[in-house]
Design a protein around this ligand. Structure first.
Ligand code: ZN
Length: 265
């Protein structure tokens, strides 16, 4: 998720009453309250993912995952990860890779810290029928889902990154058939269990609290591409909080996992 997507969703929600107000008054009351025509309903899922717990008191095992959707690199977070030597999994798009070569160089210089995985080519939701998610058009066909996944992977390999094994689509929402298609391409699909930064839109204090309260076996999602948002400050603080608690940080490639909606089994 990102701010543009959410802003679009709010805009659409704000528009609905206007549409109703503009209906001709001669229409019967039942027509006046009927919703505006929409795209066909598509059943979407936002899968959960957990990792195997450590079951060690005082050493909760947590997988921190970050999305690099588009835009820039958040140095507040990246510098803390490197300084504190905290391993994480980062999902990158082809678009973000292209615009952030300095951050990519830091990733490649620290392969013990950064597992890089596939967030798609153009940050298009991996849903194989046409619909809107937060106001953004889905890929809309199996071919377009495949292009989003393959385009992301190709850009990673071209940038010198090992071939990805995990995929997380834009908005983290899918339809079940797209999940099947992506699994058939050999990927595990990365859900999450803790929404750390609310699409990078939350304040610093609440973001810090959410992430710092992650439990044994949790997979945290937050963003590393919004350096001007307050949330990133909270993320950076939470990293230090978790380390002080004795947390065992792991990457998705390091542990057993379990995702619902057939995302990993
Ligand atoms: Zn994203």
């Amino acid at each position: 998720m990102n701010r543009i997507l959410l802003a679009s969703a709010f805009l659409l929600a704000a528009m609905a009453p206007l549409l109703a107000d503009e209906l001709p008054s001669a229409l019967p009351a039942s027509a006046a309250v009927s919703p505006a025509p929409k795209t066909p309903a598509v059943k979407l899922v936002e899968p959960h993912l957990h990792i195997a717990r450590s079951n060690l008191a005082g050493h909760a095992r947590i997988a921190l995952t970050f999305d690099a959707c588009m835009g820039q690199a958040d140095e507040r977070i990246l510098s803390t990860l490197v300084r504190e030597r905290i391993p994480v999994t980062i999902f990158v798009t082809a678009r973000w890779l292209k615009h952030n070569p300095a951050a990519v160089a830091v990733f490649l210089q620290n392969p013990d810290l950064f597992e890089l995985e596939n967030h798609g080519e153009n940050h298009i939701p991996a849903v194989d029928t046409p619909t809107l998610i937060y106001g953004i058009a889905s890929a809309g066909s199996p071919q377009a889902v495949r292009q989003e996944v393959e385009g992301g992977a190709a850009a990673m390999v071209a940038a010198g990154i090992p071939a990805p094994r995990w995929f997380r689509g834009s908005t983290a929402k899918y339809d079940l058939s797209a999940i099947g298609e992506i699994r058939a391409m050999g990927y595990r699909i990365a859900g999450y269990s803790v929404n750390g930064d609310g699409g990078s839109l939350l304040g610093a204090a609440i973001t810090e609290k959410r992430i710092a309260s992650a439990k044994d076996g949790d997979v945290v999602i937050s963003h590393v591409n919004q350096p001007t948002h307050a949330a990133g400050e909270g993320v950076a603080k939470a990293l230090v909080d978790l380390k002080a608690k004795g947390v065992q940080f792991v990457r998705l490639e390091d542990v057993e996992d379990l995702g619902d909606d057939k995302t990993t089994e």
